[in-house]
Design a protein around this ligand. Sequence first.
Ligand SMILES: NC(=O)c1ccc[n+]([C@@H]2O[C@H](COP(=O)([O-])OP(=O)(O)OC[C@H]3O[C@@H](n4cnc5c(N)ncnc54)[C@H](OP(=O)(O)O)[C@@H]3O)[C@@H](O)[C@H]2O)c1
Length: 325
Amino acid sequence: MKAIVITSPGGAEVLKIQEVEEPQIGEDEVLVKVEATAVNRADTLQRQGGYPVPQGASPYLGLECSGTILSVGKNVTGWKIGDQVCALLSGGGYAEKVAIPAGQLLPIPHGVSLKDAASFPEVACTVWSTVFMTSKLSSGETFLIHGGSSGIGTFAIQIAKYLGVKVFVTAGNEEKLAVCKVLGADVCINYKTEDFVARVKEETGGKGVDVILDNVGGPYLQKNLDSLNIDGRLFIIGFMGGVSTQVNLVSMLAKRLTVQAAGLRGRSLENKALIVSEVQKNVWPAIAAGKVKPVVYKYLPLADAAEAHSIMESSIHIGKIMLVP
Ligand SMILES: NC(=O)c1ccc[n+]([C@@H]2O[C@H](COP(=O)([O-])OP(=O)(O)OC[C@H]3O[C@@H](n4cnc5c(N)ncnc54)[C@H](OP(=O)(O)O)[C@@H]3O)[C@@H](O)[C@H]2O)c1
């Protein structure tokens, strides 16, 4: 089969399409013919040599896909050859075929094309497992999403609005903020021209927001603590601005704040299966009802993975960048 290979760690140009061995499935896995996959920021880190592949995962890039089941391991129940699925992957999506643990499969949400369905697993599992399962974001609360126009952000806005949450976003330009507004964001903040802490305080009568989803890390930690309400929860999922900083801890104690951080890829198979089943139960009905839609910036052929990575690293995109074998 064809797959994208990292010929050596480096820039986007090191990604090449090559003929490789087909994956072998285990007893608890299925083999899927890939219809589409999507680019994630973590893929760009892996390409640069900065994201070691978890034990047992495919050596190829790609953390999510959609497609059709070609074969089924002997312990797998509930799925059969010919079923159309999408899935959370530990790797291997940038290929014509991928082996997938059965616990990471999801049906295609009603009303979504097989191709577009590949835009959902990574963002849905990340957002649901962090701010909903862990930070317990609930109806009536306020929620600040940094990187509102990102793949993660465009999904988080929609699911939070569907669940009755007031949504604040930051993004780096007015075009991105306009899309966030159309997706349902209530308060849109251009972090390049405005102090987001001051705006959050102004919009919440000085209280701050209940939950923050952060992809910036170090440089935002103090500002995020300052932007939280009493009993506020900060969930960090990325370090795009850097990994270290100094903070004043007084507000954490005074406001009883919780700070957490987590990744999806390194979790156990059992934990991923639990997240996937919670996503199917809680998120899939919102997609089927048309309340959460795929936000796709561009479809590119798999062979153009290098171009897809260059687009992501330029940050001009809004939503997901997709690859089609
Ligand atoms: N922990 C996990 O399990 C997990 C899973 C999935 C994703 N993530 C992380 O979540 C983040 C979003 O992922 P994604 O795939 O949705 O990425 P994405 O679509 O590429 O979006 C990231 C956005 O962040 C903004 N940004 C970039 N550098 C920034 C900086 N230094 N300061 C502030 N904003 C910056 C950019 O928009 P602006 O123009 O608005 O700056 C960019 O478009 C990434 O950090 C990714 O690694 C974590």
